[in-house]
Design a protein around this ligand. Structure first.
Ligand SMILES: *Cc1c(COP(=O)(O)O)cnc(C)c1O
Length: 360
């Protein structure tokens, strides 16, 4: 057996072991085709069926109706930061953004660079993004409202999504895609780079309400045009075939676990265990405000940077890897995505208690 650690990296991140084993089993001969999925034409019947299967699973798991279409795109969530203003801006209207951290800022920067009218209607930058703002109003002239549902770096997450009425709500769900149940009808578009909670890097999942496709102008780059990729079922050009294959396996894994509610239940157990450990200690200081805490990325500080370094090193020696926080928060970040087993968090909490005893 291969030696596997508990991988708390923020992304690319841990994948379910059973998914990796299936990939391994199917690698040389994908279901009797005599070739790997990587070597197969994206125009083949087999691959076409796989794309459709992946799309259907994604819709089925959360209950998206046929008013929505799933796209598999490239360029990461970062490409979507540009695609959204290019496709969805409207004459005489202003795009609205809520700034909850580094990724939100990058999304805003693209709208600005593209010279699209936009405004930031709320921000938590005043407190180094420790919380999700709740006090804002949506303009009657808003083209769309863009939020970042989970702030990977700061460890905050929208607990309840804003009601934007008729204004299309767009969410960057890169780091909390399908970690809990939500009402699909609240959203006009959600997107996620797969490498955090849905698969490998190199494929981005976009779920778009079909009426929005009419907004895409002719004169934008084809590679970023939602309408064209929707018309071609994500196969306008060669997609990340291997990535889509793995995403489909991860979605199947969600269904095999009992679906989204079962996944959410374990995620809540894991997060609770970790936040309880943080709250019970004076030694560890969580970054996110209690009312904004993320189920996926848990961030905290220790009394000194020296101790933080020691914590990360000693944890790694105990097979708990990838715990170093992002430089804009510092300290520790445990990314506990869907594929992180409860046992990984239990082991981390034990390590934390032990470390505090020895160093506190
Ligand atoms: C990681 C991340 C991104 C960037 O994703 P890429 O796929 O690397 O472009 C964007 N938004 C959020 C919330 C992220 O966590």
């Amino acid at each position: 057996m291969a030696h596997r650690v508990f991988n708390f990296n923020p992304g690319p991140a841990t994948l379910p072991l059973s998914v990796l084993q299936t990939v391994q089993e199917e690698l040389l001969d994908y279901r009797g085709e005599g070739m790997s999925i990587m070597e197969m034409s994206h125009r083949s019947k087999t691959f076409g069926a796989l794309v459709q299967e992946a799309e259907e699973r994604i819709k089925r798991i959360m209950g998206f109706s046929d008013d929505y279409q799933v796209l598999f795109l490239q360029g990461g969530a970062t490409a979507q930061f540009a695609a959204i203003p290019l496709n969805l801006s409207q004459d005489g209207k202003t795009a609205e953004y809520i700034n909850t951290g580094s990724w939100a800022k990058k999304a805003i920067a693209e709208a600005k660079k593209l010279n699209k009218p936009y405004r930031v209607i709320a921000s938590s930058e005043d407190d180094n993004f420790t919380y999700i703002p709740t006090d804002f109003t949506i303009g009657s002239d808003a083209a769309y409202v863009h939020i970042t549902s989970n702030n990977t770096i700061f460890g905050t997450q929208w607990q309840e999504y804003p009601d934007t009425g008729d204004v299309p709500l767009i969410a960057d769900m890169s780091s909390d895609f399908y970690c809990r149940r939500f009402d699909p009808n609240q959203f006009a578009l959600i997107y996620a780079g797969a490498q955090k909670n849905a698969g490998p890097s190199g494929v981005t999942i976009v779920i778009i309400r079909k009426d929005l496709l009419e907004r895409s102008p002719e004169d934008i780059p084809t590679i970023l045009n939602y309408r064209i990729f929707a018309e071609k079922n994500s196969l306008y050009n060669t997609p990340n075939t291997f990535g889509i294959y793995v995403v489909n396996l991860v979605m199947k894994w969600i269904e095999d676990q009992g679906g989204i509610d079962a996944i959410e239940k374990v995620n809540r157990q894991k997060a609770q265990l970790l936040y309880d450990a943080l709250d019970a200690s004076e030694f560890y200081r969580p970054h996110a405000r209690k009312d904004s805490r993320s189920l996926m990325n848990v961030t905290w500080r220790l009394p000194s940077e020296e101790l933080e370094k020691k914590f990360v090193e000693e944890a790694a020696a105990n097979d708990l890897v990838g715990l170093k926080g992002h430089r804009s928060v510092g300290g520790i970040r445990a990314s506990i995505y869907n594929a992180m087993p409860l046992e990984g968090v239990q082991r981390l909490v034990e390590f934390m208690k032990d470390f505090e005893q020895k160093n506190g």
